[in-house]
Design a binder for this molecule. Structure first.
Ligand code: ADP
Length: 459
């Protein structure tokens, strides 16, 4: 058993969850292996009908899932209720649609017909983080199931509860036994039992670079493909011609949910000429943030997930001060009892400062200015990460040229967090491996095969 605490009331124990071990992991993988053949042999449209039923059940349970998730990990209830949890249902519908529409690909060359087929790959381990547990689990589970794989989901130990609700809903939707399994547990204890099992044929992971490296080693032992969506250190570049007010609103919005978002644009990189105006607008918008219970609609700043995480954020800023970086706002925790950290803005002593180069995963942004646009792109591209970047400009020409020059898996221009589920999603550099989204995820969860047939002489 391991204990779960709510960030909203840390002093109380919220739940006890049974911790998986080697035995539970082996059992779950055996059950997924046994269920695989029958599930893989269903027509994609038949599998899709289970996914649609599951999506309908999620829709009915949105308020309950949102309540549990909010209590478990303190994301804002309003956001969970209206956007994040409903996205879970959308994930299943999107993949049910895509997998059933897929016709394979075919073309003729060298007097032969090439037929490209997708074969389900096998039992799939999915490991998810604590910062959007239900949404990220569904985002990864949906393509795996739609492609014909069976799934073993290991949610994060800091926010494990909604995964068990998902298991209940899968059961209610009538999925055959063994198609979807949940193993709860502490990652370091149970992780390798799941990722190192030779029956597993795909691993899909979202979390830290450090864990991805360990999973990569396990995956390599069995030659198993894995995808990893990892951290980010997104730049928000504001050109001189940009809508400064809009850029400042977007920048201030990076403190929502206390910045515990891998896609967050945490490095503000602003043209010199407009930097004062930008900072004024930014501060005005940050002043509007309301810190409070995640269940209050007005709240924007929520507690951090865990006291250890708060200490980590604190230590980052403390080291920044020692390094000579300048704290422009915030810079400390809010009170000794609760898990709030002030929205913090740091002007780094140099672009090499740790606070610029490493992911904090908290309400901490950096502020840098530039004279030439080339300099802005160099600053934006100067970390090892490459998950997302954001650009504000009034010029469609620059949107294209500078947007293309930004080194990131997703670049938003004059917008933020807009997502089309069929677009590829993932990171460059240490931000990840492989792509999720649309057919990219279905290809990953399949063994792609070429069937090449010689054309008959008459044809
Ligand atoms: P974070 O910094 O977001 O907590 P982690 O990489 O530590 O990121 O955790 C993400 C997920 O990875 C969690 O579900 C965690 O339990 C799991 N995990 C941690 N260590 C391992 C490991 N060695 N093998 C597999 N999964 C792990």
């Amino acid at each position: 058993m391991f204990k779960v605490h709510s960030p909203l009331k840390w002093e109380e124990e919220l739940a006890e969850v049974s911790a998986g071990d080697r035995n539970t992991s082996d059992l779950a993988i055996a059950s997924a292996s046994e269920a695989f053949e029958e599930w893989a042999n269903l027509a994609p449209q038949e599998r899709a009908s289970f996914l649609y039923r599951l999506a309908d059940l999620i829709d009915k349970e949105v308020p309950k899932i949102a309540r549990v998730e909010c209590t478990d990990m303190a994301m804002r209830y309003e956001s969970l209720l209206n956007r994040v949890i409903p996205r879970g249902a959308r994930n299943f519908r999107a993949y049910a649609d895509l997998a059933s529409e897929y016709k394979g690909r075919a073309w003729e060359s060298n007097g032969t017909t090439n037929l490209i087929q997708r074969l389900p790959a096998g039992p799939t381990v999915i490991i998810t983080p604590w910062n959007a547990p239900f949404m990220l689990a569904t985002w990864k589970v949906a393509p795996a199931l739609a492609a014909g794989n069976t799934v073993i989901l290991k949610p994060a130990e800091w926010a494990p509860l909604s995964a068990s609700i998902l298991a209940d809903l899968v059961d209610q939707a009538g999925f055959p036994p063994g198609v979807f399994n949940v193993v709860q547990g502490i990652g370091e204890e149970v992780g390798s039992f799941l990722t190192g099992n030779p029956k597993v044929r795909r691993i899909s992971f979202t979390g830290s670079c450090e864990t991805a490296r360990k999973i990569g080693i396990e995956a390599a032992k069995n030659i198993v493909p894995f995808t990893a969506e990892l951290g980010g250190k997104g730049a928000l570049v504001v050109l001189q011609d940009a809508d400064v007010e809009q850029a400042a609103i977007t920048a201030a919005g990076q403190y929502d949910d206390s910045g515990q978002v891998c896609l967050a644009a945490t490095r503000l990189i602003v043209a010199d000429e407009i930097s004062e105006h930008f900072l004024d607008c930014f501060h005005q918008n940050v002043d509007k943030h309301i810190l409070g219970s995640s269940f209050e609609d007005a709240t924007t700043i929520t507690p951090l997930i865990h006291p250890d995480h708060l200490k980590r954020v604190e230590a980052f800023v403390d080291r920044a001060v020692v390094n000579g970086d300048e704290i422009l706002r915030g810079g400390k925790r809010l009170d000794s009892q609760q898990l709030f950290y002030e929205p913090t803005l740091v002007k780094p002593a140099s672009n090499k400062s740790e606070i610029v180069q490493n992911e904090v995963f908290g309400p901490v942004l950096t502020f840098q200015t530039f004279e030439k646009e080339e300099e802005a792109i160099n600053l934006a591209n100067s970390t090892e990460y490459g998950l997302s970047a954001t650009l504000f400009t009034d010029s469609i020409e620059k949107a294209k040229t500078l947007g293309s020059a930004l080194r990131a898996g997703t670049v938003w221009v004059n917008c933020f967090l807009v997502r089309d589920l069929s677009a590829p999603f993932g990171g460059l550099g240490i931000s990840g491996l492989g792509r999720e989204g649309g057919n990219y995820a279905l290809d990953f969860h399949s063994d792609l095969k070429t069937l090449q047939i010689r054309n008959s002489d008459e044809s």
